[in-house]
Design a protein around this ligand. Structure first.
Ligand code: 5GP
Length: 175
């Protein structure tokens, strides 16, 4: 499939994504029983994952949305922008960060540093995708949908230059 100037091919289909996301929600329901975690979804890329994940959450929970972006077209810039939009008081809360993808790990590392200064009781990460070989930072990722190779992927919230976030499946750049 062509998106702008590049050719992509199907990588993970919708059914497989939904099955895995439901399994993650089930795990979270068990791990956080009796607690009221605050999910913090990182926009824009995580909007579909956050939506499907939350549909499977049966314990009492809250969700908030934050924004930052370090990605420039198909290459990570290494620059990390500031975190905006967190209006909840997170002191003493159990946080679960919802991310679309962890690549080098820089984004999540900086975000964790900022959030930890605000005194949450615990912080865990739920990421749909993890490019394990690309991650340079020592990170503990509690909930991972799929470990994937170092490929550029789009769809299910993930974009190529603003396009393709609406696709129901995940596609990777064809070589
Ligand atoms: P990191 O800081 O871990 O290198 O990069 C994380 C961010 O880069 C993600 O939240 C996402 O916005 C972007 N990113 C990393 N890999 C990909 C990819 O394969 N496709 C897309 N669309 N974005 C990516």
């Amino acid at each position: 499939m062509k998106v702008k100037d590049k050719e992509f091919s199907i990588f993970i289909d919708r059914a497989k994504i939904l099955e895995r996301v439901a399994a993650l929600a089930k795990e979270i329901n068990q791990d956080y029983e009796g607690k009221t975690p605050l999910f913090v979804a990182v926009l824009n890329g995580s909007f579909m994952f956050a939506s499907d994940l939350m549909k499977g959450i049966e314990i009492s929970a809250e969700i908030s949305f934050i924004k930052l972006n370090s990605y420039n077209r198909t290459h990570s810039t290494g620059k990390v922008k500031e975190l905006i939009g967190l209006d909840e008081n997170i002191f003493g809360r159990h946080l679960i960060i919802i991310e679309d993808i962890v690549d080098t790990g820089l984004t999540i590392k900086h975000m964790l540093e900022e959030l930890r200064e605000l005194g949450p009781k615990s912080v865990e990460i739920a990421t749909l995708l993890h490019k394990k070989e690309a991650t340079k930072e020592p990170l503990s990722l509690r909930y991972v949908g799929f470990e994937i190779p170092k490929k550029f992927v789009i769809g299910y919230g993930l974009d190529y230059d603003g396009h393709a976030r609406n696709l129901n499946d995940i596609y990777s750049l064809a070589n």
